[in-house]
Design a protein around this ligand. Structure first.
Ligand SMILES: Cc1ncc(C[n+]2csc(CCOP(=O)(O)OP(=O)(O)O)c2C)c(N)n1
Length: 952
């Protein structure tokens, strides 16, 4: 090996003269960054042998050092004698020139002119100075090898510096040296450093840029003058966003993208709607004038409205959807990911990347909100990746009144979080529209090439206050006096084009007038854009028309005949040859075999599997994600089996039949907010798939409360968006302490209105089966919140027979069985969830035959009709009781009591039995838990009147 390497060294032209010091420095440079050295050196160093398994990049390792000194020693012997002093000195400088090149690649962005306000002098970066590298002006005319710098192999230091400054310290600051993948870095260097790769802008393109900037500025000025003081969250100061988006859509279309979903918050949204998505200005004006169509239960402000259009591009039509967003500044990001993933799923047989997510951020929000990090963390996960998102930060260097540098972040840039996924980050001066255009092309091409996230940091400013009624100078006087003195981006660019004779004097003003005239006429100001804003046609392949029913209790045939169930159960048992299950899993599979044969009653996990299998059989794809959902937190699901011999996996539900719908059960990353938002986004883009998010324990749903409040429960009222998302929230008081007991049922019930969601607490496997099937088979889509069980998963009473799956349906109310003499019941206990089994057992033990039990399996929409019908079966009742495990201020009591009393009717009151009100959901002392549980059961059954609470 050494001999071979030695020959390589001898052959190397760079080593001509045999400078060992040079070789060593080159090696050190390579260790820091393999791309900093020429390709043949990269190959050579890469080929150095690992010693004793130690990576060759560990130069400190004695073995590597020894190997290396052997080689350099031999070289020294052969060549050094022939070196002249001048030659040696030159080689030393050559090494330092390569290090200087590297320094520009690493740190040039810090010296770049990316800030249009130029409030700070470009930072002096010592590493970019000649001094730092022991070089001087005297070296400027010396010719050096350029190493891996794209361009000629040799150039004077002066030329090298010119190229480096142009690439790395102009109006673009490119950060990419943190990327570990060498191919990506090389690709980016090619695009950034090579002059040929920079677009030669035609004059036509320049005029297009000016026209787009005129539009961006024009709409804001028009609204400013016409609707004085009304909030519009102006884009002014960041007008380059409009040509950026125009170019992005065009280029994406040309590159084969068919759908783009854009997520953005308030800033510049109205501008986007009119200038990119082609919303008719007249429609926007009528919203400013308060003349909305008012078709929705609540509606939303104009800068939260979603919209979609078909945009004609050189590659054909692209469906562009601007996602509805609430006021939370970043939560739409994971929603967009889910929506795009659903759309990509439709293209999966062709090219997943045909749907592209684009997310536009504010600088403060990007740096501040944790969900940004969560969303980046998703970007490479197999169940969540969308093959790369283009992120654009409207970096206006302020957040409402908060100063960026002092108070908004601890990082150098607001974009630093993106480095966690090795995303390249391009800081670009928003006042240089041509640079913005160039970087947009590089960013999009990178995403299309590598299927990874990329960030454009559009460094700009905010011309007005946070909103138009706000006075920014009150808190940022210096910044705003600077801003007042700046020409607008359009003006600046128009002057440049006039100076260059590309545009005739007077033409820019003509463009301004023309745009204003278009707005006056209320007509669309975009060309090649067709508004396609109908929910029923939500992009290619998504048809919502079958799901517009609003009747929640429309019957649906959820039963599946026993023969089909047995066939599906058999398919679920199939395993590949030689697949060895863990003994506990093998026992579970064996039990399921017996359940299908009628030898054992069905448990929860099996009924759930059969619900999925039968829905797949009916043609519905399924997607279930959550922490540890593949196995199931409580060891009950085992949707993915693991071969104990080779670690291979097998998912029986995806092996039911050839060509079956997609079944994906996936362990999610350990986050709730972004994951739930993702699944909401998925469900709003795909009515055909059963989409389920499962919390590890129900209480963790509160980490995603913003998704529940701002999307799941209110999305339809605000935006008319339908969504069939299902949430599994393990819930039940089992002595596990304050945190793992409650899914905070009360919070969901408080959010219920207008049949916006469904809240169910199924207590049998058959109920779970029918409920899940009902969610897909009914002609409407509404979110379903399920309080799922823990101990009931293995409770000997919480079982069902196969016949219960083969007949009947989901029962929102379950009273006493038909064979019970309900005429003798004088005390009726109503409850929901697992406490039913505690009541049942105690009633049996105590022989309390006068007590009847009714389960409310669906708490919302409240089953008025069914409960009334059920109560009619108990003519002798004189005491009505509600029993719950949750403390009185929690659970269903306060939101359900008035409904129960209305149904009970007459002078009857419904008495509360349950835990006293409490600030914590449950106690942490196991013994106290047991005592409380026993007391509330006895109180409900009327055994212990003392602790029974009056219903007031
Ligand atoms: C999660 C969240 N927290 C707080 C707010 C209130 N808020 C609205 S805009 C804003 C400042 C945003 O600054 P930045 O992200 O820089 O965007 P800009 O408005 O400057 O474009 C704040 C704090 C919000 N809408 N959402």
């Amino acid at each position: 090996m050494s001999g071979q390497l030695f020959k390589t060294l001898q052959r190397s032209s760079l080593l001509d003269g045999g400078n060992v010091a040079y070789l060593e420095s080159l090696y050190e440079t390579w260790l820091q960054d393999p791309d900093a050295v020429a390709p043949h050196w990269r190959d050579y160093f890469g080929a150095l042998p690992a010693v004793n398994g130690q990576a060759r990049t560990d130069f400190s390792h004695a073995g590597i050092r020894a190997e290396f000194s052997r080689l350099t020693g031999r070289l020294r012997g052969h060549r050094i004698a022939r070196m002249t002093g001048a030659r040696l000195a030159h080689q030393g400088r050559q090494v330092r020139v390569l290090q200087l090149i590297n320094a520009y690649r690493f740190r040039g962005h810090q010296h770049a002119r990316t800030d249009p306000l130029q409030r700070f002098d470009a930072r002096p970066i010592p590493e970019l100075s000649l001094d730092f590298h022991d070089l001087s002006e005297a070296d400027l005319d010396t010719v050096f090898n350029t190493g891996s710098l794209v361009g000629p192999e040799e150039a004077t230091l002066q030329e090298i510096l010119f190229a480096l400054n142009r690439t790395y310290c102009g109006t673009v600051g490119a950060e990419y040296m943190h990327i570990t993948d060498t191919m990506e870095k090389r690709w980016l260097q090619q695009r950034l450093e090579s002059v040929q790769a920079h677009p030669r802008l035609t004059n036509e393109m320049r005029r297009w840029l000016l026209a787009r900037l005129t539009a961006a500025e024009g709409i804001e000025r028009y609204l400013h003058a016409r609707y004085v003081g009304q909030k519009r969250f102006s884009l002014e100061g960041a007008e380059s966003l409009i040509p950026l988006m125009g170019e992005l859509i065009n280029r994406a279309g040309a590159g084969g993208v068919r759908e783009i979903v854009i997520g953005m918050s308030h800033r510049g949204r109205l501008n986007m709607l009119v200038n990119i998505l082609g919303k008719a200005p007249a429609e926007l004006f009528s919203e400013f004038e308060g003349r909305h169509a008012m078709q929705l239960a609540a509606g939303d402000v104009k800068y939260h409205q979603g919209f979609s259009s078909d945009v004609m591009t050189p590659g054909g039509k692209v469906h562009v959807a601007l996602a509805f967003n609430p006021s939370h500044l970043e939560i739409v990001a994971p929603v967009v990911q889910g929506s795009v993933r659903a759309r990509q799923q439709r293209y999966r047989d062709r090219n997943w990347r045909m749907a592209l997510p684009v997310v536009i951020h504010g600088d403060s929000a990007f740096a501040g909100q944790g969900v940004v990090m969560e969303t980046f963390n998703m970007s490479g996960l197999r169940g969540f990746s969308t093959q790369g998102t283009v992120h654009i930060v409207i970096n206006n260097q302020i957040g409402f009144t908060t100063s960026q540098i002092k108070d908004a972040r601890s990082t150098l840039y607001c974009t630093d979080v993106a480095k966690m996924v090795d995303a390249p980050i391009f800081h670009v001066n928003g006042d240089d529209p041509e640079a913005v255009l160039f970087i947009t092309q590089v960013a999009l091409d990178y995403r299309m090439q590598f299927s990874k996230d990329v960030v454009i940091d559009l460094v700009c400013y905010r011309r007005h206050g946070h909103n138009e009624a706000d006075e920014p100078a009150a808190t940022q006087p210096l910044m705003y006096s600077e801003i007042q003195s700046l020409p607008t981006t359009r003006q600046h660019y128009a002057d440049t084009l006039v100076d260059l004779d590309i545009v005739e004097p007077g033409r820019p003003e003509e463009l301004v007038r023309h745009y204003r005239d278009q707005l006056d006429a209320g007509e669309s100001v975009t060309s090649g854009v067709t508004v396609n804003n109908r929910h029923e046609d939500d992009g290619p392949g998504a048809d919502w028309t079958p799901y517009f029913s609003r009747v929640w209790d429309e019957p649906s045939a959820t039963a599946v005949d026993a023969e089909t169930l047995r066939h599906l159960a058999k398919r679920l048992q199939g395993l590949p040859e030689g697949f060895e299950l863990h003994p506990r899993v093998a026992k579970l599979m064996d039990d399921r075999r017996k359940m299908a044969a009628g030898a054992l009653p069905l448990d929860w996990g099996f009924a759930e599997s059969l619900a999925y299998a039968s829905l797949l059989d009916d043609g519905y794809p399924i997607r279930l994600s959550g922490q540890d959902s593949e196995r199931g937190t409580f060891f009950h699901r085992h949707a993915v089996l693991h071969n104990q011999i080779d670690g291979g996996t097998w998912t029986p539900l995806s092996k039911l039949a050839d060509g079956q719908p997609n079944f994906l059960v996936i362990d999610s990353m350990l986050a709730e907010e972004a994951v739930l938002a993702f699944e909401y986004g998925y469900a709003t883009a795909d009515p055909e798939t059963l989409v389920i998010w499962e919390a590890q324990y129900g209480d963790f749903a509160n980490v995603a409360q913003v998704v529940i409040d701002q999307f799941i429960t209110s999305g339809e009222a605000k935006w008319g968006r339908l969504c069939g998302l299902t949430m599994f929230l393990p819930h039940g008081y089992e002595g596990q302490g304050p945190e793992h007991s409650s899914a905070r049922l009360e919070r969901f019930l408080q959010l219920c209105s207008g049949h916006n969601i469904q809240v169910c607490c199924p207590t049998t496997p058959a109920q779970m089966f029918h409920m899940l099937r009902r969610q897909m088979l009914r002609p409407f889509r509404r979110p379903l919140v399920v309080m799922t069980p823990k101990s009931l998963l293995r409770h000997k009473l919480a079982t069902s027979g196969l016949d219960e799956l083969a007949s009947g349906g989901f029962r929102p109310v379950i009273g006493e069985p038909a064979d019970v003499d309900t005429g003798r019941i004088t005390r009726l206990v109503m409850c929901s969830g697992k406490v039913y089994y505690d009541l049942l057992q105690r009633r049996r033990e105590a022989g309390l035959e006068h007590v009847g039990l009714i389960r409310l399996e669906q708490l919302y929409p409240f089953p008025w009709r069914l409960l009334r019908a059920e109560l009619a079966r108990y003519p002798a009742v004189c005491e009505y009781v509600w029993c719950q495990e949750e403390p009185k201020n929690q659970g269903a009591w306060y939101s359900t009591r008035h409904k129960l009393e209305e149904v009970v009717g007459g002078d009857y009151r419904v008495h509360y039995t349950g835990r006293d009100a409490s600030p914590a959901p449950a106690v942490g002392y196991a013994a106290l838990h047991v005592r409380q549980q026993q007391e509330l059961v006895e109180a409900a059954l009327g055994e212990c009147r003392v602790s029974m609470k009056a219903g007031s």
